[in-house]
Design a protein around this ligand. Structure first.
Ligand code: G3P
Length: 229
């Protein structure tokens, strides 16, 4: 098992207007500031059209929200790994529950990302699917039960078993990947519980992006991380 990696907090901007265009850059700068001030590693996942301007303005990791399992060529409307990398992304989400892929596509997308040097976070909705995703050898698996996404009811509180079961099953098939969890995370306590259950961090969206003061919520998360340090 890898020595405990630094907890990682990844903020998914989804397609929320609060994090679109110029607002995506403003939010990313706020997230970076809190990360720098607390010493906690944070990253952001803006929409494709915002990757370039966000990456040009921050030094924290910028992730694409999806890439397709394609190679350069005639794939109109698809998302090429080389394109998001050229725009400044250093990582990508794959198989988010709002942008699902079939298992062979997940495996191929992870390979494509690796060929381009993108860090991969493969999402899964159950512990078993998490283990299947880990067999595709991504850098990270993110466990997000779809029924809790966007509810404000945290997976680490509402369904801690899915996290302990996921950590066990994933570690059984791949001891190198790191494990994030997401869905409903909205307080420092939710983050603290997630880390105590053996995960290496969180993937969050509405709890931060839709908050009146996103930087205050992230600061609460970071303070929870520091409590564990
Ligand atoms: O990718 C993060 C996401 O699906 C969780 O959403 O809004 O429950 O934090 P949310």
């Amino acid at each position: 098992m890898p020595s405990q990696p630094e907890p990682f907090l990844l903020i998914n901007f989804k397609t929320y207007l609060e994090a679109t265009g110029k607002k995506a850059v403003e939010l990313a700068l706020k997230m970076e500031k809190v990360g720098n001030e607390t010493g906690v590693t944070v990253g952001v996942a803006p929409q494709f059209c915002d990757i370039a301007q966000v990456a040009a303005n921050v030094k924290i990791p910028v992730f694409a929200q999806h890439i397709d399992a394609i190679t350069p060529g005639a794939f109109t409307g698809h998302v090429l790994a080389e394109s998001v990398s050229a725009a400044g992304a250093t990582g990508t989400l794959i198989n988010h529950s709002e942008r699902n892929l079939r298992l062979p596509e997940i495996e191929r997308a992870v390979q494509r990302a690796r060929e381009v040097g993108l860090t991969t976070v493969v999402c899964a909705g159950t512990a078993r699917l998490g283990a299947a995703a880990a067999l595709c050898e991504p850098d990270t698996v993110a466990i997000e039960p779809p029924d809790l996404i966007g509810t404000g009811r945290a997976v680490s509180k509402e369904n801690p078993e899915i996290l302990t079961d996921s950590v066990k099953r994933i570690r059984n098939v791949n001891s190198r990947v790191t494990i994030l969890c997401g869905a409903g995370i909205s307080t420092g306590e939710d983050v603290y519980a997630a880390l105590k259950l053996g995960t290496n961090g969180i993937l969050v969206a509405s709890g931060v992006v839709k908050a009146p003061k996103p930087e205050a919520v992230l600061l609460d998360f970071c303070n929870a991380v520091r409590r564990l340090a």
